[in-house]
Write a protein that binds this ligand. Structure first.
Ligand code: NAP
Ligand code: GDD
Length: 332
């Protein structure tokens, strides 16, 4: 009997998680397809920088979450064993600035995609990228699969809606839809506006003499930070289970933004207190003060085990940015 090659579709393949997931699935023998939309930025290398090293091993398809016809055409013309729905407007402050686009992309986009799969290939297993932002104003610490949702941003609300959509496709149509409720996960591929990358690159630039200060918002917010490479492995494990289900994925350790600053600046032997200042400009209309996850179910049922510690993560991010900005210093 020939061994069937698994074919995965990743929406959001150009993003942080999409790039790590594509690498992971390639490494275990999948044929990897990605959905990407056209955006008007000048350099193609920048647009695909997270996946440039695997471009010759993946197939990209043009489609956008705002357009049902483009999604339908994509899944009607190709058969996939698994679909990882990662594409989203993922930056929380932007969901306050333009809540309409965030809702349309994250809610309708999810409904369009899973409905199209239901209509043309209901056997395809689906992963939905849920988020710890869904917990928002937490009533219980740590948070697990039983914790109530109380989202505090249009982004969080859109993820609660996507989570319920995925669950309803599972219950109403018997589809294999699973949601990961993933806590914050970072890497050197994290977008530059997210706090960990902003801190890592700020520490590197200050050390190299390219900048003199780092301006942040709320330094007391606490997050449960892990490494994206560990978290994409959990996504894949969810779709290998006989039954679909929802899982919290978290490190089980929380740290404040201040702690992250201290750890990052100490990687370059600097005291963050000499360089970091807080400005109301970066505060949010409604903040999520503390997220801490309990991933017991993922560990026990999926056998998921993260490899990176908080210190490993911070060091890898700062070292990457030191390397990147030191090249910039010489070509300036
Ligand atoms: P990311 O780096 O911001 O990537 C987002 C991806 O979505 C990009 O590939 C982006 O494509 C694509 N996208 C956005 N709008 C789109 C649209 N209208 N049509 C098609 N593609 C679109 O996010 P990430 O950190 O990898 O996160 C992946 C997913 O996990 C997201 O759904 C996020 O909300 C969720 N999540 C992330 C975390 C975390 O800590 N990272 C935690 C929990 C949940 P372009 O390149 O074209 O912009
Ligand atoms: N971005 C940013 N910039 N955040 C700051 C800053 C700053 O200058 N200063 C303080 N913060 C605080 C924010 O107020 C928030 O409490 C915390 O740092 C983390 O902010 P982000 O890194 O922007 O991430 P997030 O927690 O809002 O959202 C991320 O994690 C979610 C999972 O909980 C995103 O990846 C979401 O897509 C994801 O769902």
């Amino acid at each position: 009997m020939p061994i069937e090659v698994k074919r995965a579709l990743i929406t959001g393949i150009t993003g942080q998680d999409g790039s790590y997931l594509a690498e992971h699935l390639l490494s275990v023998g999948y044929q990897v397809h990605g959905m990407a939309r056209r955006v008007a930025i000048p350099e193609t290398e920048d647009r695909f920088k997270r996946i440039s090293h695997i471009m010759d091993r993946i197939t990209l398809h043009s489609a956008s979450l705002e357009n049902y016809a483009s999604l339908y055409r994509l899944v009607a013309n190709q058969e996939f064993t698994e679909c990882y729905h990662l594409a989203a407007q993922s930056f929380v402050p932007d969901s306050f600035a333009d809540e309409f686009t965030s809702m349309e992309t994250n809610v309708l986009g999810t409904q369009y995609l899973i409905a199209a799969l239901r209509d043309v290939q209901p056997e395809c297993r689906v992963y939905f990228a849920g988020s710890s932002e869904m917990f928002g104003e937490v009533r219980q610490v740590p948070q697990d699969e039983q914790t109530n949702f109380h989202p505090r941003s249009p982004y969080g609300i859109s993820k609660v809606a996507g989570f319920h959509l995925a669950r309803n496709f599972r219950e109403a149509y018997d589809m294999h839809c699973s949601s990961g409720i993933l806590f914050n996960h970072e890497s050197p591929r994290r977008g530059s506006e997210f706090v960990t990358r902003k801190i890592a690159s700020g520490a590197a630039k200050i050390f190299l003499g390219l900048e003199t200060e780092l301006v942040l918002g709320n330094l007391e917010a606490r997050r449960d930070w892990g490494h994206a490479a560990d978290y994409v492995a959990a996504m894949s494990l969810m779709l290998q289970q006989d039954d679909p289900d929802d899982y919290v994925v978290a490190s089980g350790e929380d740290h404040s933004v201040r702690d992250f600053c201290e750890a990052a600046f100490s990687c370059v032997d600097l005291d963050y207190r000499d360089y970091v200042r807080s400005d109301p400009r970066f505060m949010r209309p409604a903040e999520v003060s503390r997220l801490l996850g309990d991933a017991t179910k993922a560990r026990e049922k999926l056998g998921w085990q993260p490899k990176y510690t908080f210190q490993d993560l911070v060091r890898e991010m700062v070292e990457h940015d030191l390397d990147m900005w030191s090249k910039y210093r010489y070509i300036r």
